[in-house]
Design a protein around this ligand. Structure first.
Ligand code: ROI
Length: 166
């Protein structure tokens, strides 16, 4: 069993046939979909947070959350399942740092440091982003980020003014 933390993000309607899902609905629906991944249980999910985009500003505000999972899958298999969920939510792999219907990132996977073609864990930008650190801190205040330190220390160094619970 491995404890993993996943970042969820959305700032686009998914426009799926027959329904238009807002960013907030995309996150809630992703949570349901993640709960059906084999050999994986959701232990907790943070509040939903709204923030201005990091990167190009010509896109809408994001809704973000962090989920804590327990899984028997290997990191790559968990990634495959998360990418299936992204695709089911109309994810298109287009512009770098552009708007997206659903982004699911493995932030932490046990205490492991993983670096390969598909995965960098801990996630590269984890320590710079209030929309990740604040929800992570909410569900796991004692969390240690391998090679980086305590989430409770890291969260002090990021700008939280534009972040609000929705
Ligand atoms: N900005 C915010 N606020 N939230 C995100 O989830 C997010 N994801 C991204 C980029 C485009 C870097 N900006 C973001 O991938």
């Amino acid at each position: 069993m491995t404890i993993a933390y996943i970042g969820l993000g959305s700032n686009l309607d998914s426009n799926l046939p027959g329904k238009i899902n807002s960013p907030k609905e995309n996150i809630l629906s992703a949570k349901e979909a993640i709960s059906t991944i084999e050999s994986t249980t959701i232990l907790s999910v943070s509040s939903l947070y709204q923030s201005k985009p990091v990167g190009p500003q010509n896109q809408g505000d994001y809704i973000n959350a962090v989920a804590k999972l327990e899984t028997n899958l290997a990191a790559t298999d968990l990634l495959n399942s998360l990418q299936d969920v992204e695709n089911e939510h109309g994810r298109k792999r287009e512009e770098h740092w552009g708007a997206r219907t659903l982004d699911l990132d493995i932030l932490l996977f046990g205490g492991q440091i993983i670096q390969n073609k598909r995965l960098t864990i801990p996630h590269k930008e984890l320590c710079n982003r209030s929309f990740v650190l604040v929800p992570l801190m909410e569900i796991e205040p004692e969390c240690i980020i391998p090679g980086k330190g305590k989430v409770s220390d890291l969260v002090l160094n990021v700008d939280k003014t534009e972040l609000k619970v929705v």
